[in-house]
Design a protein around this ligand. Structure first.
Ligand code: PLP
Length: 411
């Protein structure tokens, strides 16, 4: 297992206490992203591109919706699965962007959605529904470390299936090897996590990829946990292909979603899980016994974002596209830097010739170039030499980061 750069050891947790804890609690280790972030915390003059969030605050109209709610005294418990108005707003949003023209009525209804404390909580619930001790879940890598972390904390085993870094029509690209993925399925496999567009590579499943994955899941009776949170952050076209485009109503797919990235709401913590409506009561219990719901003012901000947030999303995307261009052009002009140009998400995953250890590379970029990036070693098999650069920032800061990296390489 290559997931974790630092396991919980007796160096950092008292031995006696450690022995008394559940093994699942100790299974996940500190994320390599957090480790780098902690190393650089408080250092002046570092350009921080390590964490998966932008530099814009939540848009004013969404903040005002939360403020109005507080002023009205919406400070009581709210329904476990979310305010009915928010669940209806999610259904409206989904019908606008993921509806099917060939269907007579609206495709999505509030019963399919449960509001969660961000995408991470939606993922927690999805995994709790399908994975636990003595089960395995397939995770294509490089992957966001929280998939493995959440699986380990549930007592389940993440099974890594590395994507292939290759050349398609003269351009570098990450590809999913379906035969390799199929051969990772065993008697304990319960689910496949499909994060498309992917953090950290920007890999985006084609419609054909999604069809093959769904076929495989049907054949083996597996669930698909579809994390499509970057599905609207695409640079050509209105959105990425989705399992919604290829699935039938009785397919076993759980969707993880969040408002964090599209509407700069990472700190407000609101997202949703989409599941077959019959699972509603089960999910309601899991929410009751974990967070007991999301604060109403935050849900009001989410309604505003879903109903009125398209302009903000477009503006944010245009800014990201400018930053992506500067970053890709800058890195392409440097000798010995390899990466696949991301068509979606706001990450660029790159490796530098002569540097085989992404953690070491990230530490050197922090210490010597004063650019904070996330180490590839945090993202599982096949990711070790790489670093992840988040470009959801002011294009001028990205240009400055490119210049610092260029000067560092040229020393
Ligand atoms: N899924 C992926 C792939 C992510 O990258 C993230 C956050 O970085 C999340 C889910 C979780 O989002 P949230 O901040 O809403 O918990």
């Amino acid at each position: 297992m290559t997931w974790f750069s630092r396991r919980m050891t007796s160096n950092n947790v008292d031995d006696h206490l450690l022995a008394s804890l559940r093994p699942e609690a100790l299974a996940p280790a500190t994320s390599g992203i957090v480790e780098l972030f902690n190393l650089g915390r408080g250092r002046g003059d570092v350009i921080p591109l390590w964490v998966g969030e932008g530099d814009l605050p939540t848009p004013t109209f969404a903040r005002e919706a939360a403020r109005r709610s507080l002023d009205l005294g919406e400070t009581f418990y709210s329904p476990q699965r979310g305010l009915p108005e928010l669940r209806t707003a999610i259904a409206r949003y989904m019908n606008r962007h993921y509806g099917r023209a060939d269907m007579a009525g609206p495709r999505f209804a509030a019963e399919q959605f449960s509001v969660t404390v961000g995408g991470m909580h939606a993922l927690q619930i999805a995994l709790r529904l399908v994975a636990g001790p003595d089960t395995e879940v397939i995770v294509p890598t490089p992957a966001w470390p929280n998939f493995a972390g959440a699986l380990s904390a549930a007592g389940a085993e993440p099974i890594e299936v590395p994507l292939t870094f290759t050349n398609v029509d003269g351009a570098a690209a990450w590809l999913l090897d379906h035969d390799r993925l199929a051969s990772a399925i065993g008697p304990k496999t319960r689910a496949i996590v499909v994060n498309s567009p992917a953090n950290p590579t920007g890999w985006t499943a084609s419609r054909a990829d999604l069809e093959r994955l769904l076929e495989l899941a049907r054949l083996h009776g597996l669930w698909i946990v579809a994390d499509e949170i970057y599905g609207r952050l695409v640079f050509d076209g209105p959105r990425a292909p989705s399992f919604h485009d290829v699935m039938e109503p009785d397919d076993r797919v759980l969707f993880v979603q969040t408002l964090s990235k599209n509407w700069a709401m990472t700190g407000l913590r609101v997202g949703w899980i989409e599941a077959p409506p019959s699972l509603g009561p089960v999910i309601e219990n899991l929410i009751q016994y974990s967070t007991s719901g999301v604060p109403a003012p935050i849900q009001r901000a989410a309604i505003a974002a879903l109903d009125d947030g398209e302009r903000f999303l477009e503006e944010q995307l245009a800014r990201m596209a400018a930053s992506r261009q500067i970053l890709c052009d800058g890195l392409a002009a440097m000798e010995g830097v390899r990466f696949a140009r991301p068509g979606a998400s706001f990450y660029l995953f790159c490796a530098f010739d002569g540097h085989d250890d992404g953690r070491d590379l990230a530490v050197r970029l922090l210490d010597e170039a004063r650019v904070g990036v996330a180490p590839g070693t945090a993202f599982g098999a096949g990711a070790e030499p790489y670093v992840r650069i988040c470009f959801a920032r002011d294009p001028r800061r990205i240009a400055e980061a490119v210049e610092r990296i260029r000067a560092w390489l040229a020393r």
